[in-house]
Design a binder for this molecule. Sequence first.
Ligand code: KIV
Ligand code: ZN
Length: 524
Amino acid sequence: MNNKVIIFDTTLRDGEQSPGFSMNIEEKLIFAEQLEKLGVDVIEAGFPVISDGDFEAVSAIAEKVKKAQVAGLARANNKDIEAAARALKNAVHPRIHTFISSSDIHIEYQLKKTREEVLRQAIEAVSYACSFIPNVEFSPMDATRSDRVYLAEMVSAVIEAGATTVNIPDTVGYTIPTEFYDLIKYLFDHVPNINKAVISVHCHNDLGLAVANSLAAIQAGARQVECTVNGIGERAGNTAMEELVMAIKTRNDLFNCYTEINTKQIMQTSKLLVNITGVSVQPNKAIVGDNAFAHESGIHQDGVLKHAMTYEIMRPEDIGITRSKLVLGKHSGRHAVLSRLKELGFELKPEEVDAFFAKFKCIADRKKEIYDEDLVAMIGEVLHKKEQNWRYVVKNIQISTGMFSPPMALVTLRDNQSDTEAIFEVAHGNGGVDAGVNAVKKMTGTKANIKAFNLVAITGGSDALCEVSVTVEEEVNGNVIKVFGNGMSIDVSIAGIMSFVDALNKIEYVKSAGHSQKSKSDGV
Ligand code: KIV
Ligand code: ZN
């Protein structure tokens, strides 16, 4: 048996469809580019039939991505399959992923069909998909709650119809590792043509077992795992890519298989996702949480100083975490900064260098010591925002506040939709952020409101670089537009106001023609 485990990333489909994680097309493209750098084998880019936005995103990713396969999801019907085939028409390595439920509870109550009808529909869907693209994946949804004999019959029939990958989803996160191992083994023992397809798994994390179940499936012979960065996804999420990959690598003695993930890109990918969506990972999250490599106990610290492997089973460098070093300051030249970035795994394109340096100088003028973590955060900000043609640009923010005087902010913006060079407004508020946000609201006339505010200090010290992410909502024609904004500064209030302006720009983008937000209820 081939020992490569194919990594199928569904962050942009299953991950993106979960509440709070929507991305616009530019953000999806930036993320897809990073997934390629990470080395995933398949990128599930979206569900083309579900909305114009999803269709455009899948088409754009299909055109941009050259190395990885690009998959589009489709229910088992002609309209969905045709939409997926159209969206993927310019992909170098396209894949159609079609699915229908196989459990009796779904068949009877949701599909209102018989097992025979569903089996026929699955076979027809796979044959139809194969008439467009030979690379077809089929998923019997809710496989783990399906009758095994019927499931095996379906798996065999779709392979016969041309499916090259058959994915076994634990759609509701119900199974446990021993049971899932047994199910995959059962399929290998009872589906005569099983060796003609790759067997894949797709686990949800409702019981916190998605990674464990996926690993058990690998031990039973599965050779593709569907996963998401940071484990995001429907409800409690999907198998976390970084956890799965590092488990296979760290316990190679048990798995005897490998992935082609460039693990040094894991941290950068995780951070990019946080930056785009504004949703942080919990500090104790395995592999990418802030505390994942922090040793607090004296005994552990002593051990790690004597020999890292006493208490570290993985090397932080292997996932792209650098041990924090004091590196740079405002007198550092381009050469020093670019070489340090290169050591950290970032190669800026010539057109990105100026934007990065403008940010670097601005921060270094106020912050004496620039740490590796600061550089990584700046990179995230600059690269994430570089391709956006935003409406508002912050020109200046001035805040005055005190214990006994009402906070006041003067904010100056450029509005790229007007001829005036700059617009400004002054406002009071309950604190610096509130004053600045009120000033922005006054001058832009926006009805948007901040619903959640999240502050992270990137490095220690009173001059720590802060990153604020906000969730902002605005009601437009009866629909609520919900976006995330990020802002970074040494000053907490300035970072907060910048994050609000960033969110306003995204709302403007959503409002602009052709970028409708899909309804979350349309997902799978
Ligand atoms: O959870 C699920 O079953 C899915 C399928 C579409 C693979 O997301
Ligand atoms: Zn799913």
